[in-house]
Design a protein around this ligand. Structure first.
Ligand code: TXA
Ligand code: MG
Length: 335
């Protein structure tokens, strides 16, 4: 069960939002860095705190699907279907923006991304904010640009320090990786960022096949190859190579961090230079702990992180996506 926070803590967070300050808060996916979506100065502060380029749009979090019409100029039938089935939950919808929705939120695009999160603290904050006249909270993941997303309140403090006025502590996030993003502005719905809601589940709900992502797809900063990267170089390898690669590096005197199945970790055995974390064998459990595991391994002072490739299969798609990006990150990230 996620932790809850007091009404007084929620009231203080809403006061901070009204003052144009930033609030860290838990969602079921990852922690968000929240700002009043209608306050351009607060949104500018948010981009500065994250170190995020201005053309990378953010997600507007709303308290219920009925508020979609405040942010979008049309709510197509597909949006109603998906919202009814998956909200509150780890799904973001990209829709045509309403007039008055600022370029600062959309990266200058004609679309806006909207999500209704399921975490009780997020919903409590959104309720209290709306009662105070704030009908949307923009919230990117509360990490510095290109870094591992936070899944605890302590991670948010590590990432952003005093740039964030208040961090609401709702315990560790349950889903663990960012929401699935679906674009509903084109001829067919398409997934822009895979997550724990699978393409198959979306297609089944819609009763229609999904379109393929293409070059005209709206920009998704999470789709930069270098996203979600630890500082330590990370390699993603199949089980057998995982073992031989780790052994070779250990033999060469390197300290090695390993994220692998219990079986692979066992066959490698104990070694003074090896810091090993056993990954869950189910996709939900793996995702829930992925970012905390990567943070711990990143902090272990090793020369590299070796990650055993997760199983194939639709349930693992979002996880595989994040790992592939993390594996590319150390060569591409300016950091
Ligand atoms: O699970 C989540 O979605 C978390 C929690 C805090 O809600 N938020 C999150 O935000 O992951 P962020 O900013 O780290 O990622 C938002 C993604 C970016 O990849 C951004 O490019 C995409 O949403 N996005 C936002 N507006 C968009 C738009 N109008 N069209 C296409 N992509 C958009
Ligand atoms: Mg992010």
């Amino acid at each position: 069960m996620p932790a809850t926070v007091s009404d007084a803590a929620l009231a203080a967070a809403v006061d901070a939002l009204r003052a144009g300050l930033l609030v860290g808060f838990p969602t079921e996916t990852v922690y968000g860095l929240g700002a009043n979506a209608r306050d351009p100065a607060a949104v500018a502060r948010l981009y500065a705190a994250k170190g995020r380029p201005a053309d990378h749009p953010v997600i507007v979090h709303i308290v219920e699907a009925a508020d979609l019409a405040r942010w979008t100029r049309e709510v197509p039938p597909f949006a109603h279907l998906l919202a009814a089935r998956f909200w509150p939950g780890p799904l973001t919808l990209v829709l045509r923006r309403a007039t008055g929705v600022r370029d600062a939120i959309t990266g200058g695009q004609d679309s806006v991304a909207i999500r209704c999160p399921a975490h009780p603290v997020a919903l409590g904050l959104l309720h209290a904010a709306r009662a105070a006249g704030i009908d949307g909270i923009v919230a990117p993941s509360a990490n510095r640009f290109g870094r591992i997303s936070p899944t605890t309140a302590a991670h948010v403090r590590e990432e952003l320090g005093n740039a964030v006025a208040i961090v609401l502590d709702g315990g560790p996030c349950d889903v663990g990786i960012e929401s699935t993003i679906v674009d509903l502005t084109g001829p067919a719905p398409r997934v822009l960022r895979p997550g724990m809601i699978t393409g198959a589940a979306l297609a089944e709900c819609l009763g229609a096949p999904l379109g393929a992502a293409d070059a005209t797809a709206p920009r998704v900063s999470g789709a930069l190859p270098a996203h979600y990267a630890p500082r330590t170089p990370l390699v993603l390898l199949a089980a057998a190579e995982c073992k031989t690669h780790a052994q070779a590096r250990l033999a060469a005197g390197d300290r090695v961090a390993l994220l692998a199945s219990a079986h692979t970790a066992q066959t490698l055995g104990a070694h003074a230079g090896l810091r090993s974390v056993t990954a869950a064998s189910d996709a939900d459990g793996y995702a829930r702990t992925l970012y905390a595991n990567l943070r711990a391994l990143d902090a272990a002072g090793c020369a590299l992180i070796v990650v055993e490739a997760p199983p194939s299969g639709a349930a693992w798609h979002g996880i595989a996506d994040r790992l592939q990006r993390a594996a590319q990150g150390h060569t591409l990230l300016p950091d």
